[in-house]
Design a protein around this ligand. Sequence first.
Ligand code: BGP
Length: 474
Amino acid sequence: MKTYYFPNTFLWGAATSAYQVEGAAEEDGKKKSQQDVINAGRRFSDASVTSDFYHHYKEDVALMKEMGMKSYRFSIAWSRVFPDGDGDLNEKGIEFYDNVIDELLKNGIEPIVTLYHYDMPLALVEKYDGWIDRQSVADFERYARFVIDRYKDKVKIWTTINEQSIIVQFWTQKNLIPEKYLSDHQIRYQINHHLNLAHCLAVKAVHELVPGGIAGAAIGYNPIYPLTSDPKDCLAALNAQEFQNQFYLDVYFKGFYTKSVLIYMQDHGFAPKVEPGDVQIFRENISDFLALNYYSSECVKWPEEGAVFQESGVNWSGKKGEMDSHEIQEDFYEKILNPNADRTDWDWTIDPWGMEYLLRDIYTRYNKPLMITENGIGYHDILEADGTVHDDYRIKYLHDHILAMARAMHYGVEVLSYNPWSFEDLLSTSNGYEKRYGFVYINRTDNDLKDLKRIKKDSFYWYQRVIRDNCISE
Ligand code: BGP
């Protein structure tokens, strides 16, 4: 049995995002974000209370400390700080984050702050359709600069945009898109262009304002495998890899759009409009690291002649066609479920080998430090009558993924932190409270708020030992 030890500086932790955990969606001056509207229309709980971190943050930070966390990755809600997106500051809103950050620091937990996690202020969607309009970039920059400047002495690690690739891939679920644009894929990639500019301007602000600060995006990243060794399937995998992953990373680290993807987009009429000076903004603001949200891998094959299919064979809910019915013609690659991997109840593949594969692959190509800002398994957890939650499946999932990360580190990959999803149960973006991820169980369901009691799962005690021992064994 081999044991892998981690560096003493390794930032063990866990992650959440504002609208999925805070609740208090319209309290103390906060106004709605687009997620409040998107979630209100779903078949599970809305985002008004979620896990009520807003009122329980001290209790929750105490639990983080008890588990031994060295870092906590969370996001700031733009609409709590500037309720109208571009208007006046909400003093009470920013005070909440002052308090959370101070509480973390007091407990020896390093804050890893994400500036944007799907939650565009609704006011800006109503004003100009959110990220569709280029004005969103300037408004985001103003918000980001304010927050970065306020915490420049307390927060050193900044992630800019959460899962840009997912925002683009599932653009009608992660953004409120007006009916008239729903089948306009040029708009989809224009949103992406604006997100790239917003990301770069936030990196710039961190470099200018934060002494010793580092910045990077948190990308949703699935490694892609060819179904067979047929050269056409291998080429399809390369196409998918460039289209879904490299297209984002090349901007973050090289300052340009991947040529093959841009040409594909031009051929199909959905390339973004790029203004003079934009590429210079990309080139001058290269990221310091890449934060990775890793859950699953994907498998592709060469597409059938003339096939029309969804951009994702299996969408975010794990059910075909349920949530994103807007199709895109792809003659580049065709996704299929990997026949060689286990799957969760929602058909997400469970692939620890993919963790080692992607860490080594990305590090070799870009040579920048990496962080894991999400990784975890959604499950129908059961609260037993004696108040315990036996989540051995989560312990196995996390063990196997940490081990894979350790193997990658053994081969030289620089990984700074591990922040699995999620610290506590929260509102899953696709399945509400039916699908749980936390180390801490929140006593509520989609239909019943109950007492919101915090209950430590078996995985809590297991992860506590991993952090204490600072190692993982095969
Ligand atoms: C990531 C998001 C998270 C989180 C996670 C799990 O894409 O960054 O916000 O939600 O996926 O997915 P889900 O919530 O759909 O179960």
